[in-house]
Write a protein that binds this ligand. Structure first.
Ligand code: FES
Ligand SMILES: [Fe+2]
Length: 354
């Protein structure tokens, strides 16, 4: 899939907060500078898709030239969401009075007064977007003085890797708690015993947390259980060489190396929908065993997610506590404590003691 970059022609330097914003203003602004996936590319085909990012209701669609447009889901004539309308060629048509909007957001036609010029200010508010890795990424408030970036995930542009995903689920959890669960190496042997967790190996050997320009790199070996119906042979256990690359604030690739060049990558990018609701872009890519049905592999990953979900949704407080005097940390939490400190540096998470 090609990459399309769209600059927002009509975004204000100080973007207004969404109506009914559930975030505090400082938190919203700290998050809105970053890029988040809002849809898989194959979800945006021939009709507009409604999605919410940071309480901002959005509409996502693809022009006939395959350019992706992300706009505020609101026609400013009478405040009607564009999701009620439809697409004709490169234009979106509002359902209420038929105003037509082009890919740059400008209104091109007001059917009730075709004899008058269309006011220049009559626009849909559009947002910066990038289509890459089979995902559509959006940033609500590009800060040109301190630009942020999307992760570098070359496997997703390597034809040797097959990418697989299901529709992105929503959880009643904060993205910080969900991401931290993804990088938590101490819970495998406890809640994942229905999939890969090995209850016989609960100890977590010391590991290093390496700082990188984008965030952190952690390598961790785990002697995982190997289920009887596994596609990885019939041994009861299997050594998983795992390498995490966490791209701050909320995206992580886990590369599981099964030896002999066999790599299975798991990607986790939780997108904040509202303060306590998160859409999870959780997908996989692997360069071996392409004969194994995609459905079988996704069902396996979904069962792992299903083991995590009730735990993460029940964590209290919901927001990631970023002051290290909150909660209790053990040696195996080094990755999490590094993450919390970095989130605090970005003005994210919750500092309960402040
Ligand atoms: S509300 Fe959209 S055209 Fe009137
Ligand atoms: Fe887990």
């Amino acid at each position: 899939m090609s990459t399309t970059v769209q600059s927002p022609p009509n975004s204000a330097p100080q973007v207004a907060l969404p109506i009914h914003c559930t975030f505090e203003e400082t938190e919203w602004r700290a998050l809105a500078r970053h890029w988040f996936p809002i849809a898989y590319s194959d979800e945006v085909v021939d009709k507009p898709l409604a999605r919410t990012l940071l309480d901002q209701e959005l509409i996502v669609y693809r022009t006939t030239g395959k350019q992706v447009v992300v706009a505020r889901d609101l026609c400013i004539h009478r405040g009607v969401p564009m999701r009620h309308g439809w697409q004709e060629g490169d234009e979106l048509i509002c359902a209420y009075h038929g105003f037509r909007y082009g890919a740059d957001g400008r209104c091109t036609k007001v059917p009730a007064q075709p004899d008058l010029p269309v006011p220049r200010k009559l626009c849909l508010e559009t947002y910066a977007c990038i289509e890459r890795y089979g995902l559509i990424w959006t940033c609500l408030a590009v800060d040109s003085d301190h630009p942020t970036s999307i992760p570098d995930w070359p496997e997703l542009e390597d034809p040797a890797f097959l990418m697989m995903h299901d529709p992105p689920p929503e959880w009643n959890a904060t993205p910080g708690r969900q991401l931290e669960n993804f990088i938590d190496v101490g819970h495998f042997s406890w809640i994942h015993t229905g999939t890969f967790g090995n209850r016989e190996r609960p100890e977590v050997a010391p590991y290093e947390v390496e700082k990188r320009p984008y965030g952190f790199h952690v390598e961790y070996p785990y002697l995982a259980a190997n289920s009887a119906d596994s596609a990885l042979g019939d041994s009861p256990t299997i050594q998983r060489w795992m390498a995490y690359d966490l791209h701050l604030p909320l995206a992580c690739r886990l590369t599981v190396d099964y030896g002999e060049g066999r790599k299975h990558c798991i990607f986790d990018a939780p997108t904040p929908v509202s303060k306590k609701r998160t859409r999870i872009f959780f997908f996989i890519a692997r360069n071996f065993d392409h004969h194994v049905p995609t459905r079988q592999l996704l069902d396996w990953e979904n069962s792992i997610l299903a083991e995590d979900k009730p735990i993460v949704e029940s964590q209290r407080p919901e927001e990631l506590p970023v002051d290290l005097s909150e909660e209790f940390h053990i040696r195996s939490d080094r990755f999490a404590t590094a993450y919390r400190s970095a989130m605090k540096g970005l003005g994210l998470g919750k500092n309960y003691s402040a």
